[in-house]
Design a binder for this molecule. Structure first.
Ligand SMILES: [Zn+2]
Length: 238
């Protein structure tokens, strides 16, 4: 019986480790996603700046066409001045030409502004691309490290599962069944150590008679309060 309890204790220890390891494994995809998100964000910054450069160039082309159009209109109106008969018409045409000149200058001003913006955006793209390269290098390395750790934890889990299978081989079917059932309803802790005469899981005082039975080690004894399989500290042998 003592051997059975020993094996059950070993099984619970391995199971605890398996739960911990599985929890650890769940973290890896999250860590990798975080890294991939950071890389994606740095790429997005470059893409956004490039998009703005295209918009800047498109709007400048339109402004340049506007300048040309005003120039043509001014030329036409200056030619038309020759055929004007009255002073009133002449003054009106001059006013129109002046208005067009003003419009043309405004458009030219905007073209210059747009060229300044082009330089700024190109500088931004350059910096964003440098940052992207830096981020990629740093995080790719980090990702590699995480994948390596993940593999280690995975192989550790495999070892634990092999160890568990070996332990299970030593345990009688009825105890294994009890262990499994208790594990489901007792938060994965089917066994409880008796410490100073108390169940260490539910803190219930163990009756002296039960302690005597436990010391005899002839049967599997469960806690009268929480139902866990009890064992005495002295039985723990590694
Ligand atoms: Zn208990």
């Amino acid at each position: 019986m003592i051997t059975q309890i020993e094996e059950l204790i070993k099984l619970q220890n391995v199971d605890k480790e398996i739960i911990k390891t599985k929890k650890q494994l769940k973290e890896f995809p999250k860590l990798i996603k975080e890294i991939e998100d950071k890389i994606a964000r740095s790429i997005q910054i470059v893409e956004n700046a490039k998009k703005r450069l295209v918009e800047n160039q498109t709007s400048r082309k339109k402004l340049e066409l506007d300048v040309e159009e005003y120039k043509n209109k001014i030329r036409e109106k200056k030619l038309a001045l020759n055929s004007i008969k009255t002073n009133k018409e002449y003054s009106a045409m001059i006013a129109e030409i002046e208005f067009m000149e003003k419009k043309k200058e405004e458009a030219e001003e905007k073209v210059i502004q747009s060229l300044i913006e082009t330089d700024e955006i190109q500088e931004e793209i350059k910096k964003a691309e440098e940052e992207r390269a830096k981020v990629k290098t740093v995080y790719e390395k980090e990702k590699e490290e995480i994948l390596k750790q993940q593999k280690e934890v995975e192989s550790h889990l495999k070892e634990l599962e092999e160890e568990r299978a070996k332990i299970v081989d030593f345990i009688d079917e009825e105890y294994l069944k009890l262990y499994t059932e208790l594990g489901k309803t007792r938060g994965g802790i089917p066994l409880s150590k008796v410490v100073n005469g108390f169940c260490s899981e539910c803190y219930m005082k163990i009756r002296p008679q039960v302690l005597v039975e436990l010391k005899k080690g002839k049967d599997v004894i469960t806690c009268e309060n929480c139902g866990r399989i009890l064992y005495l500290e002295v039985e723990v042998k590694e």
